[in-house]
Design a binder for this molecule. Structure first.
Ligand SMILES: [Zn+2]
Ligand SMILES: [Zn+2]
Length: 253
């Protein structure tokens, strides 16, 4: 499975302001930075966009992506999310004020976008990937995603603090190779991490002991202001199985 966390800083750096992963070039997980890809043909290759929750760092360039790839005809991008999140996208983004109401403008022969509701625990198959959404523990309802290409399995918990179901689900997944798990705050802001449904380094370190399995733990979603502080804390854990994500690098997992 080829996975890239798309860069969201200019010039490209390891500062992460927005969230978008590309999986095998055909599936996007979240739409924070995908509309900023300079190579338009890479945007054009994306057929399915899974939205884990409606926070702006995860949907910021969804309207730009749709604008960039639209051409008249039956082909369109499919957006998959919890039904409530699809409602937010329609009411708060594609509402004819912030951006055109692409849903009202869509016809079966000429859709601007296609929406598909996700249901917790129910797998969907897209572009050769089986993707299972699992609710996690964030400030708003959020779906983590488990992605299986038939050879390897990779988990994208999205924004979350300490959680249970996801690890229960992954406990029996033999082919799990990597987890892209967030650390948003340094330990000095543990209280803020807790109330906002995020991890600090210490809760991350406790969290990864919930999975009794050898995987690559790839740290994502460091708040840019605290990125260096978090990096130092992660290094101090002294765990060779924990690494910081590198935006713009393709992971072959
Ligand atoms: Zn969030
Ligand atoms: Zn976020």
């Amino acid at each position: 499975m080829r996975i890239e966390l798309l860069p969201s800083s200019q010039p490209a750096s390891d500062r992460q302001f927005l969230v978008s992963y590309l999986v095998n070039d055909a599936v996007a997980i979240d739409a924070g930075s995908i509309g900023l890809l300079a190579e338009l043909d890479r945007q054009q290759l994306v057929e399915h966009v899974f939205i884990t929750h409606q926070h702006i760092d995860h949907i910021a360039t969804l309207p730009i992506l749709l604008e960039n790839v639209y051409e008249p005809g039956p082909k369109s991008i499919e957006v998959l999310a919890d039904p409530q999140v699809l409602g937010f996208l329609h009411n708060d983004l594609f509402n004819g004020r912030v951006w055109p109401d692409f849903l009202a403008l869509s016809t079966p022969d000429d859709p601007f976008l296609i929406t598909t509701p996700l249901e917790a625990g129910q797998p969907v198959v897209r572009a050769g990937l089986t993707i299972v959404p699992i609710p996690v523990s964030h400030a708003v309802p959020t779906l983590g995603l488990i992605v299986d290409d038939g050879q390897s399995v990779v988990a994208f918990p999205s924004d979350t603090g300490p959680t249970v179901d996801l690890w229960r689900q992954l406990a029996s997944v033999e082919r799990l190779r990597a987890v892209f798990l967030e650390v948003s705050f340094p330990n000095s802001l543990a209280g803020l991490a807790e109330v906002s449904g995020h991890h600090c380094t210490a809760s991350f370190a406790a969290e990864i002991t919930k999975l009794d399995r050898q995987v690559r733990w790839i740290v994502v979603h460091r708040k840019p202001r605290y990125a260096d502080e978090i990096a130092a804390e992660i290094a101090a854990l002294g765990r060779p199985d924990v690494e910081l994500v590198r935006p713009g690098i393709v992971y072959d997992l």
